[in-house]
Each structure stands twice: as structure tokens, then as C-alpha cells.
Ligand binder design. Structure first.
Ligand SMILES: *Cc1c(COP(=O)(O)O)cnc(C)c1O
Length: 458
């Protein structure tokens, strides 16, 4: 055991001042936002746990990299720096930058999925599934059952159930399955990791059936940390080498640089197959821009390349996850029902257990997120029935087993004292939980409704 605590391997060079709001201001603000934390103004938020996406603090090295931006339309120097980083740390042969992760998901879905195809994955992610559906595919969840149980202690709740996958292969035929989509770590399950053993078993199974494996590698360094901590044979391995080994089990990946890679915008599609790369590098011109910038400024590519290197630093990842675990343990000490084991990028409160008097159609997680904001100005988000959306064919709501409020921790942004304030606020709301009422949806957008839906109190 290292003697030093998880304390941050950096010091603070610049600060951003925050507006402190009154209870009355917050009550008005959340009502005006239709009880949807996505529709709040950021200046009305004290501690912003809406997402860890694009909200990290860049290092001085990354900021210095921004000044090296080569803003040429074609063949920017920064593209080659990024390509080099992707080869070095992830091992993929080809890389196409995109404006963010979903741009890569669009390209991958368009080049791989045909009408009527089946795409299995370890739990859905909102934008990923939508792009698969828009390309004519149908998503099937093949995550292990333990992932749907918020307190099951399984150390790798992101694992794929190979029996579920085998059932799909038997039912539809391997030729209907272009690839299996594997996420590291699984966001919707509460930031739960996949084990290397499971990835290797998946590789062997899919190889036998001629099915590709595509990685949603958004939080791969965080997954690698859990493998190092929990999986036999990995405790002495470097995070960087584990990250590389994960990539080696796959044929390509979509990446949102806005998470692990510590930048505010950016992503890429990585592939090993030359033919598929050619198709994607042609298609990217339609949606994002030329294949050497993909909707990014040169400076963004430079900052992402530096962020990729920083993301696999042992002390960085230990402090990052250490802070998340610190908050999770504070909430567990207060008997707050959260998803356990504690995940990599945030704490997920079990809203069904927190507000057992509400039905799922009264949107308990949405209501709880609004309540926490009103209490303290801490902004969280819903990951339950609103996020799950509706079945594209039947029009019915999906009723996910997990009805969660996500407290996502931006990287290198908040302090331990902020974590204490968050825990105190959740405790206050917990004490008055019996008084919290449900919500009614009064406006529902067609796509990814959680972003823009509006509610009123019942
Ligand atoms: C954020 C995220 C994406 C999409 O990336 P964006 O950069 O937001 O477009 C895909 N998959 C997972 C698991 C994510 O967390």
C-alpha cells in the first residue's frame, strides 16, 4: 500500500470565480428550467456535476500546446501529433479526428451497419444506440445481469455475458452482427469496468464467428485502473500497458476526448482495417470536415494528444478515482443508497430506493436531481427513464431497471471541501425525502429527450 493518500499531483495556477445563489434564486431557476438540470444556466450553478464531459481542467502543458495550433485546412502538424499519440498509447493503425465522440459513432455506424443488423453491447449509451438505430441496426443489451442490480458487489459489472451474445448469434446468425460494441467503463451502469479476462473471452468468441469488436473507449484509463486494482496479475502493470492491452482485443474504437483525455472538445474514430478506414475517411468529409481535422481546430488536436498522455499517468488516475471514491464513501456513511461498487467517473444515487413512494413514470431521478439543485446549487443529472427514451418501433417508454441520479466529477476541477458540501446537501435532501413529489413531462423532444424535456411538479 502506498503511504500517501490520493491527493492531487498538481497545484492550482488559475481559478474561476463562482456566483453564490440564494434558495429563492435557485427555486425560480429550476422551475424556469422545467425541472431539467440541462436547461439551467451554468452561472446559476455552484458545483457542476452534470457531466465529466468536456468539463475537465487542462494542464499548463495542454494550454501551451494550444499555442502550437497549426490551423491549416489540410495536413495540420497537430493531426500528425495526435495520430502519433493514438498509435503509441492505443495501438490503432488509423485515426480520423471528429468533433466529439458521437461524430465517430455516426461514422462507425454508417460504415459497419446495414439495415436489419443486430448490434450487441454492454448496456446502451444514449448517442451510441441512436446512431446504431439511425443506420438501420437494432441494439441488444448483453451486459451481465449483475449490472442491473445497483448493489451487487461484482467487481466487473461492465462484463459481457457471452451466453446472451451466443443466444443472439443462434437466433439471428453471425452474419447479421457486424460488431459487438464494448464500452470501457460502462457509463449507464454507473461507471462499472470490464475485466481483461472478459475482453479476451469476447475476442476468442467473436473471432470464431467472424464478428468484429468495436470499443467505446471513452473512459479506458479509468477502466484500466480498476483492472490494476481488482484483476489477478495486473497489480504491477502500468496503466498505459493495460490500456494498450485493452485496445489489442478490439478492431477499432470510438473515442470522446472530452472524458479521459482532459480536453473540452474533440474525439476520433480509430480503425485497423484499411478498407474501412478509407470508407470512413471519405464519409467524414460530409459530416465533420477533412480527414486531417474532422471538425477540430489544430490546437484542439494538440491539446488532446497531450491529454491522452496525461490520462495514463499513474498518479493522475489514482487521484481522479480517489476523489470519486472519497465522495462515494461519504454518502455510504450517511446511508444514502448509491450504486456499488463505486464507479470511475461519478456517484450514482439509486432514486428508486431514495424515493420509494414515487412510481417510475413520476420520474423519481429527474425529481431528485431538481431537488438537490434547489437545496445547494449542486447540479446533477437524470440517468433513468427519461434518458432511456422510447422504443423506436412501438413508441413505448423504455423502463430501465436502474433509475439513477448521476453526480459526475469533472477531472482536476473541484476540491475535497467541495465533495463535503455535496455530501451535506444530499444528506439534507435525504432527510426530507418523504416530502418530495414526482413530476409530469410537459414537453418531449423526439431525439435524446433527456437533454431538452420539460416537466412540472405534480
Ligand atoms: C460521452 C460518451 C459518448 C459520446 O461522446 P461525446 O463526445 O459526448 O459525443 C459515447 N459513449 C460514452 C460511454 C460516453 O460517455
Amino acid at each position: 500500500m502506498p503511504k500517501r493518500s490520493w491527493a492531487e499531483p498538481f497545484k492550482i495556477k488559475m481559478v474561476e470565480l463562482l456566483k453564490m445563489t440564494t434558495p429563492k434564486q435557485r427555486k425560480d431557476a429550476i422551475k424556469k428550467a422545467g425541472y431539467n438540470t440541462f436547461l439551467l444556466k451554468s452561472e446559476d450553478v455552484y458545483i457542476d456535476l452534470l457531466t465529466d464531459s468536456g468539463t475537465s481542467a487542462m494542464s499548463d502543458r495542454q494550454w501551451a500546446g494550444m499555442m502550437l495550433g497549426d490551423e491549416a485546412y489540410a495536413g495540420s502538424k497537430n493531426f500528425y501529433t495526435l495520430e502519433k499519440a493514438v498509435k503509441k498509447y492505443y495501438g490503432f493503425k488509423y485515426m480520423i479526428p471528429t468533433h466529439q465522440g458521437r461524430g465517430a459513432e455516426n461514422l462507425l455506424s454508417q460504415i459497419m451497419i446495414k439495415q436489419g443488423d443486430i448490434v450487441p453491447g454492454n448496456m446502451y449509451f444514449t448517442t451510441t444506440r441512436l446512431h446504431q438505430e439511425m443506420a438501420g441496426g437494432t441494439f441488444y443489451d448483453v451486459i451481465i445481469d449483475e449490472a442491473h442490480d445497483s448493489t451487487n458487489p461484482h467487481p466487473f459489472k461492465g462484463n459481457i455475458d457471452l451466453n446472451k451474445l451466443d443466444d443472439l448469434v443462434k437466433k439471428f446468425g453471425a452474419e447479421k452482427i457486424p460488431y459487438v460494441c464494448v464500452a470501457t467503463t460502462v457509463n449507464m451502469a454507473g461507471g462499472q469496468p470490464v475485466s481483461m479476462e472478459n475482453l479476451k473471452a469476447l475476442r476468442a468468441y467473436t473471432h470464431k464467428h467472424g464478428i468484429k469488436v468495436m470499443l467505446d473507449m471513452t473512459r479506458i484509463a479509468e477502466n484500466a485502473y480498476f483492472i490494476k486494482e481488482r484483476e489477478a496479475g495486473y497489480s504491477r502493470r502500468s496503466i498505459a500497458s493495460i490500456v494498450k492491452e485493452i485496445c489489442d482485443q478490439t478492431d477499432g474504437a470510438t473515442f470522446s476526448g472530452k472524458k479521459d483525455a482532459l480536453v473540452n472538445i474533440g474525439g476520433f474514430l480509430a480503425l485497423n482495417d484499411e478498407k474501412k478506414y478509407e470508407e470512413a475517411s471519405n464519409l467524414v468529409v460530409v459530416f465533420e470536415g477533412l480527414h486531417t481535422y474532422g471538425g477540430l481546430a489544430g490546437r484542439d488536436m494538440e491539446a488532446m494528444a497531450i491529454g491522452i498522455e496525461e490520462s495514463v499517468d499513474e498518479n493522475h488516475i489514482r487521484a481522479r478515482i480517489g476523489q470519486v471514491i472519497y465522495l462515494g464513501e461519504a454518502l455510504l456513511d450517511l446511508n444514502i443508497p448509491i450504486v456499488t461498487p463505486i464507479g470511475g467517473h461519478g456517484i450514482f444515487i439509486d432514486a428508486k430506493k431514495f424515493l420509494p413512494h414515487l412510481e417510475q413514470l413520476q420520474f423519481p431521478a429527474q425529481a431528485l436531481a431538481a431537488e438537490i439543485y434547489e437545496d445547494s446549487g449542486v447540479r446533477t443529472m437524470e440517468r433513468g427513464i427519461v434518458s432511456a427514451g422510447r422504443n423506436a418501433k412501438t413508441g413505448d417508454h423504455y423502463y430501465p431497471e436502474l433509475e439513477l441520479v448521476r453526480l459526475t466529477i469533472p477531472r482536476r476541477v473541484y476540491t475535497q471541501a467541495h465533495m463535503d458540501v455535496i455530501a451535506e446537501s444530499v444528506e439534507r435532501v435525504y432527510k426530507k425525502r418523504h416530502k418530495i413529489t414526482g413530476l409530469e413531462m410537459v414537453y418531449e423532444p423526439t431525439y435524446l429527450r433527456f437533454f431538452q424535456a420539460k416537466f412540472k411538479k405534480l
